[in-house]
Design a binder for this molecule. Structure first.
Ligand code: FES
Length: 106
């Protein structure tokens, strides 16, 4: 099973089931994660700053490519509601701008 570690979010690495988005895996593990559009790829509030393992993620979705072209998503960022992790590990961070006020980040 694939593993997602969020450096600035306390807790163990999150197991990402095959076919699951990073967002779905985070929610299943009990983590609150910003998702203003309801995980439909219509905002960028669920973005993740990828620190390592980007090559293990699914290719960018049409929504991610559109936001990159518009300058609203960096090449080092992925939308958690779009990206999947078929195998391997990914390490990322919650961006400062999308931290939730009630969550304790490290
Ligand atoms: S929650 Fe809006 S793009 Fe992911």
């Amino acid at each position: 099973m694939a593993l997602l570690t969020i450096e600035n979010l306390p807790g163990a690495a999150v197991k990402v089931p095959a076919g699951s988005t990073l967002f779905a895996a985070l929610q299943a593990a009990g983590h609150d994660w910003m998702h203003a559009c309801g995980a439909k790829g219509r905002c960028t509030t669920c973005r993740l700053q990828v620190q390592a393992g980007a090559e293990n993620l699914s290719p960018p979705s049409e929504a991610e490519l559109r936001y990159r072209a518009a300058g609203r998503l960096l090449a080092t960022e992925r939308l958690a509601c779009q990206a999947r992790l078929p195998t391997g590990e990914v390490v990322g961070r919650v961006p400062e701008a999308t931290k939730l006020p009630h969550v304790q980040y490290s």
